[in-house]
Design a protein around this ligand. Structure first.
Ligand code: FAD
Length: 449
C-alpha cells in the first residue's frame, strides 16, 4: 500500500510516534494502527479506499479524536485516515444561508469565520475548539445550544461521501426542503464512520441574534433546580442553553481552576438570545422563577463575565482528570422531569459504594454526562465502576431514557446496545452496514457488540 500512496503523492506515516498518537481517542482507549494517511482531496480518499478495499484493510476515519466512546480508536492493522489536511471552507453563500466545508474543519474555526459575517453555525459541542465538522456529523454531535437550535443533523443539507469500494456518492441536497427517495443523508449522520467516509458537507447557517444574556441560577437542592427548569420551559421561554453542574462538578472545577463558583447542590447556566427587548423581559421572568423556587440569580452583564462562566463550564472535562486516573463517561438522556430522580439515584450509588460520580450536562434536553471516577489499576475499584455503569444504564432505561444523547456508541457502549434496542432493530442495522460495507472495512468493531 505504501508504494501506491507514495506514487500518488498522498501523505502517510508509519513512524512509531504517529502510530501511537493516532491510536487514542478521548475515551483513553488505545490500539496501534498500521499506518496513518492524510488525504488532501476526495480523489485521494477514493484512491486510498479502493486500495484498502482490494486488500481488505480496515480504514478508521478520524477527525480530532475527541470521541469519548472509542469510536476513533483503530482496530489492529487498520489505516487511520486523518482529515487534518482537508480543513477548508469551500463556499459561503450568505443569501441562501449555507456553507460547504471539508470534514477536517475545526468547528470553532467555522464559528469565528461566520461571526465576521454576522452569522453562526448553532451546533457547539463543548469540544468545539478542537473537534471537526466531519466528526460532528459522523456522531450527530450536540452541544449546549441544542435546546433551542437542535443538533448537527438539523443543519446538514448535503453530504458527499466515499463508499467502502471507493465510489463517490452525494446525499441530501442544496435546498432546505426535499423528499426524494430514502433519506441516505440521515443514515450517514451518526453512523460513526461505519457506513462511508464523509468528504464534503453543506451546512445551514443562521444570522447572529441581536442580544445574548447569560444567567447563573443556584439552588440548595436538586429538586429545586429541576422544578425551575420545567417552569422556565413551560412559561414559553426557550433558552438557547440550560446547562447543569452538580455539586461534585462545581467542586472539581473550583479545585482545578478556582473561578469563585458557589458551592451549591445544583447550578444552572441559562443563556437566552434574541431581540434585545425580549431578552431583557425573559431575563426578568427567569429571575422571578428562580427566586420563587428558592434559588439565587446572578447575571453576566458583559462578554468578559460571560466568558468566565463558560470557561468554568468547559473546565469540567480537564478538572475531572485530577479527580481520578480513569472515568466511565455516560451521556444518558432522561425525560426532563426525571432529572432530579436520576441525580438522586446517582448520588445514592456514589455514597453507598464510595466512588465519585460527577454529573453535568444539558438539563433542558434531559441529557446528563455521568462520570464514574475510578482507578483501573485497582481491580476492585474497576469492577465496582463497571457495575455502577451498568446500573446507570438500567435506571436510565427504566425512567424512559436513552443511553446516548450525543456521543454515540463506539466501543465503550456497544455492550449496552441490546439493552435499549430489540433484536429485529439491531438485525436491520447490521443489514444496512452489510449493504454499505460487505467486507466490513469501515471502522470495524464499532456500535455493534
Ligand atoms: C472535553 C470534551 C467535550 C465534549 N463535549 C461534547 C458536547 O458538548 N457535545 C457532543 O456531542 N460531544 C462532545 N464531545 C465528544 C466529541 O467531541 C464529539 O463527539 C465530536 O463530534 C467528535 O469530533 P472529532 O472531530 O474529534 O471526531 P473523532 O473523535 O475523530 O471521530 C468521531 C467518530 O467520527 C468518525 N469520523 C470522523 N471523521 C469522519 C469522516 N470524515 N467520515 C466518516 N466518519 C468520520 C470517526 O471514525 C469516529 O467514529 C466532547 C468531547 C470532549 C473531549
Amino acid at each position: 500500500m505504501k508504494n501506491l500512496l507514495e506514487k500518488a503523492g498522498i501523505d502517510f506515516s508509519d513512524a512509531e510516534e504517529d502510530l501511537i498518537c493516532y491510536g487514542f481517542d478521548a475515551s483513553r482507549g488505545f490500539k496501534k494502527p498500521s499506518l496513518v494517511v492524510w488525504p488532501k482531496s476526495t480523489d485521494d480518499i477514493v484512491m486510498i479506499t479502493k486500495t484498502a478495499f482490494e486488500r481488505t484493510i480496515p480504514i478508521v476515519p478520524r477527525g480530532a479524536g475527541t470521541a469519548t466512546t472509542g469510536a476513533a480508536v483503530p482496530s489492529e492493522e487498520a489505516v487511520v485516515m486523518s482529515f487534518e489536511k482537508m480543513d477548508r471552507i469551500l463556499e459561503v453563500d450568505i443569501k441562501n444561508q449555507t456553507v460547504v466545508v471539508e470534514p477536517g474543519l475545526i468547528n470553532g474555526r467555522l464559528q469565528k469565520e461566520l461571526e465576521l459575517l454576522d452569522f453562526f453555525y448553532p451546533p457547539d459541542p463543548s469540544s468545539m475548539e478542537f473537534c471537526t465538522i466531519g466528526g460532528n456529523v459522523a456522531v450527530n454531535a450536540g452541544g449546549p445550544r441544542a435546546l433551542k437550535y437542535g443538533v448537527t443533523g438539523d443543519y446538514v443539507l448535503e453530504i458527499e461521501a466515499v463508499t467502502a469500494e471507493g465510489s463517490v456518492i452525494k446525499t441530501g441536497r442544496k435546498t432546505f426542503k426535499g423528499v426524494v427517495g430514502y433519506d441516505l443523508k440521515s443514515l450517514l449522520i451518526g453512523s460513526e464512520g461505519t457506513l462511508a467516509i464523509i468528504s464534503k458537507i453543506r451546512l445551514r447557517i443562521v444570522p447572529l441574534p441581536e442580544a445574548v444574556l447569560t444567567i447563573i441560577a443556584t439552588f440548595k437542592s436538586i429538586e429545586q433546580s429541576g422544578s425551575f427548569v420545567i417552569e422556565v420551559l413551560n412559561r414559553g421561554i426557550l433558552p438557547r442553553c440550560l446547562e447543569l453542574m452538580d455539586r461534585y462538578a462545581i467542586e472539581a472545577v473550583e479545585e482545578y481552576k478556582p473561578t469563585g463558583l458557589p458551592l451549591v447542590d445544583a447550578m444552572l447556566l441559562v443563556e437566552i438570545d434574541g431581540e434585545y427587548s425580549t431578552v431583557k423581559e425573559n431575563a426578568d421572568i427567569i429571575a422571578d422563577i428562580c427566586r420563587s423556587k428558592g434559588g439565587e440569580i446572578q447575571i453576566a452583564e458583559d462578554s468578559i463575565s460571560r466568558d468566565k462562566l463558560w470557561q468554568a463550564r468547559r473546565a469540567i472535562a480537564p478538572a475531572l482528570h485530577h479527580l481520578a486516573p480513569d472515568k466511565i463517561n455516560h451521556d444518558i438522556v432522561v425525560p426532563r422531569t426525571e432529572i432530579p430522580n436520576m441525580l438522586k439515584f446517582l448520588r445514592n450509588l456514589s455514597e453507598k459504594h464510595s466512588i465519585k460520580i460527577v454529573c453535568f450536562g444539558h438539563a433542558g434536553d434531559g441529557n446528563l454526562h455521568v462520570n464514574i471516577m475510578f482507578n483501573r489499576e485497582d481491580e476492585e475499584d474497576y469492577k465496582k465502576a463497571q457495575t455502577l455503569a451498568k446500573q446507570t444504564v438500567e435506571e436510565t432505561l427504566r425512567l424512559g431514557g436513552t443511553i446516548s444523547g450525543e456521543h454515540g456508541i463506539g466501543l465503550t457502549k456497544s455492550d449496552y446496545l441490546a439493552m435499549e434496542l430489540g433484536n429485529k432493530e439491531i438485525d436491520l442495522m447490521r443489514g444496512i452496514k452489510r449493504l454499505f460495507d460487505h467486507k466490513n472495512i469501515l471502522n470495524p468493531g464499532k456500535i455493534f457488540p
